[in-house]
Design a binder for this molecule. Structure first.
Ligand SMILES: [Fe+2]
Length: 211
């Protein structure tokens, strides 16, 4: 009983339950929300859950993230969207020839306090059930890797996390701090690293910022 209340308190204190009823799994409101997210995922391959975090929790989220950022691992590198050696010999037309500077830093999971909102959400059964249902999965599991299961991305002014293909089945990103300017998040629907033809050309145009 205590554990259940604790699970609920984290969610109630942080999540906009009027829009995302995480405490009511299987309820009609839950199903309606999940249906909408699934439709976005089916159409675009991406769903944006706007105003997911309550405004008061957002202030705490930002403060926690800023405090953690001092432990970030910084290493600027030249990369391509495929995260393969940039010296790999590729056909001239291949988008992998386009190199970009990766300037984002990381705070690994072992450096994120257990009390932090992102750590509590990541381990919360209600949040996990919600995420699993969005992706039509029975359940999701925490990554056993103590470092990369949960990562705080730190992008300093003027730096960027350039175009890349995620290699995992799906990704859940939470914006912890609004930028003062810029901060554009770009996503290219239906682009697959092994596809060809129009999708490949489209990906190349995206890499070059041509949409
Ligand atoms: Fe990614």
């Amino acid at each position: 009983m205590y554990k259940r209340q604790f699970q609920h308190s984290i969610i109630k204190n942080c999540v906009n339950l009027a829009k995302y009823p995480l405490t009511l799994p299987g309820d009609s409101a839950w199903n309606d929300t999940i249906d909408g997210i699934r439709q976005d995922l089916a159409r675009e391959g991406c769903a944006i859950l706007s105003s997911f975090i309550l405004p008061e929790a957002l202030v705490r989220l930002e403060a926690e993230s800023s405090a953690m950022a001092i432990n970030a691992y910084y290493r600027t590198e030249m990369v391509n969207a495929y995260n393969i050696d940039i010296n790999t010999v590729l056909p001239r037309w291949h988008p992998g020839n386009l190199t970009m500077e990766r300037g984002n830093a990381f705070v690994a999971r072992d450096q994120i306090p257990s009390t932090a909102i992102i750590q509590q959400l990541y381990t919360n059964p209600l949040f996990q059930s919600f995420i699993a249902d969005c992706f039509q999965l029975k359940r999701v599991h925490e990554l056993a890797d103590p470092f990369s299961g949960l990562v705080l991305n730190v992008i300093a002014p003027g730096k960027e996390h350039p175009w890349h293909f995620d290699t995992n089945e799906f990704t859940v990103s939470l914006l912890t701090q609004s930028p003062e300017a810029g901060g554009l998040f770009e996503y290219c629907p239906h682009a697959h690293p092994h596809s060809s033809g129009r999708a490949l050309q489209r990906r190349q145009r995206c890499s070059q910022g041509l949409t």
